[in-house]
Each structure stands twice: as C-alpha cells, then as structure tokens.
Design a protein around this ligand. Structure first.
Ligand SMILES: [Fe+2]
Ligand SMILES: [Fe+2]
Length: 185
C-alpha cells in the first residue's frame, strides 16, 4: 500500500490519536493544557478533513455509503461536543479528566467503526490511483488547516443534507479542499 493512500493516512492518524490520548496521562500543568489543545485541534482537522476529502467518495462510491456517512457524521459531531466539554473544565481537574476520557471513548469507538466498516471497503471500491490523489488532497488540507486554522469546529449539521449535497457533488468543503490541492500542486 502506498504511503500516500488516503486510507493509510487516515489509519495512521487514528494510531496517533490513540498514542496522544495515552500520552496525556504523563503530563500536568501547562504541558497538559498544551498537549490537549494540540490534540483537540487535530481531532477537528481530522473530522473536517474526512468530511471534505473522504466521505464524499464514501457517499458516492460505497454500496451503503449514504447511511454509513450519516452515521459517521453523527459521530463526528459527538466527538466535537465531547472535545468542547473538555474546554469547559479546568485542565487537570477531576472533571476535566472525566471529560477527556469521554472524548477518548467516543473517538475510539468511532475510529474502530471506520476501520472495521469503511477503510477496507473503500480500498476495494476505489482504485489505488484515486486513493493516492485523495491522499494528496488530505495532506494539502492538513497543511492549509494546521492547528485547525480556518476551521470553525461547528457541527457539520444535518447528515441528510450533507449526503444529498455529496451525491450532487456540491459540497462546499469538498470544493474548497479541491481548490487548496490545486493551489499547492
Ligand atoms: Fe471520522
Ligand atoms: Fe477517522
């Protein structure tokens, strides 16, 4: 599998999230706050990146892609809400750790579902060349939005609207990611 394959890039970021959540346990004070801020920003870049680059193709090209995407977007908004709930607590407090563990759990469950239900199917349905091209778009998106720069963090909203727009190839986030890729290549 190519390193630039979007499915591999998503999977390796999932592994990074697993490591980053675990690494919080060894930190305190300012270092803990900074590590959480970086992790929360990366969770947003990951979700928004999937919404711009990966899920439009899941909708259009996987057999149950519409339903799978609606479910995943619901999860993304749950992760966003869980991460926002962390920010309401004082870093390192008991309530803060409880909110972090909730975010860790909802994110872990979602990643496991993507890995079990979608990434393999995606590789079966979408050829290597297209997966590599989407990988480039994924990397360009990460560069453009490093630290969640330019991303609102707002919920993606009604999954049915997203799925319909993806089917009609009129998702604004997909068009924007395509534009970023074109500027960078
Ligand atoms: Fe996701
Ligand atoms: Fe993911």
């Amino acid at each position: 599998m190519s390193d630039q394959d979007v499915a591999s890039l998503i999977l390796s970021e999932h592994d990074a999230f697993r490591r980053d959540f675990t690494a919080l346990e060894g930190l305190e004070g300012e270092a803990l706050q900074q590590a959480w801020d970086r992790l929360a920003a990366q969770l947003e870049v990951h979700a928004a990146g999937e919404e711009a680059v990966f899920y439009p193709h899941v909708v259009r090209e996987l057999p149950d892609g519409g339903d799978d995407t609606a479910h995943a977007l619901h999860d993304h908004d749950e992760i966003r809400a869980a991460a926002a709930a962390v920010a309401e607590q004082e870093a390192g407090s008991e309530a803060w750790w409880e909110a972090v563990r909730t975010a860790q759990q909802v994110n872990a469950d979602h990643m496991a579902e993507e890995e079990r239900d979608l990434l393999g199917q995606f590789k079966e349905q979408i050829g290597q060349e297209q997966r590599d091209e989407l990988g480039l778009a994924w990397l360009a998106f990460h560069e453009e939005h490093a630290g969640a720069e330019g991303l609102s963090g707002d919920p993606v909203g009604d999954p049915e609207d997203y799925v319909e727009a993806a089917q009609q190839e009129r998702l604004p986030q997909e068009a924007a990611a395509q534009e970023v890729l074109e500027q960078m290549t």
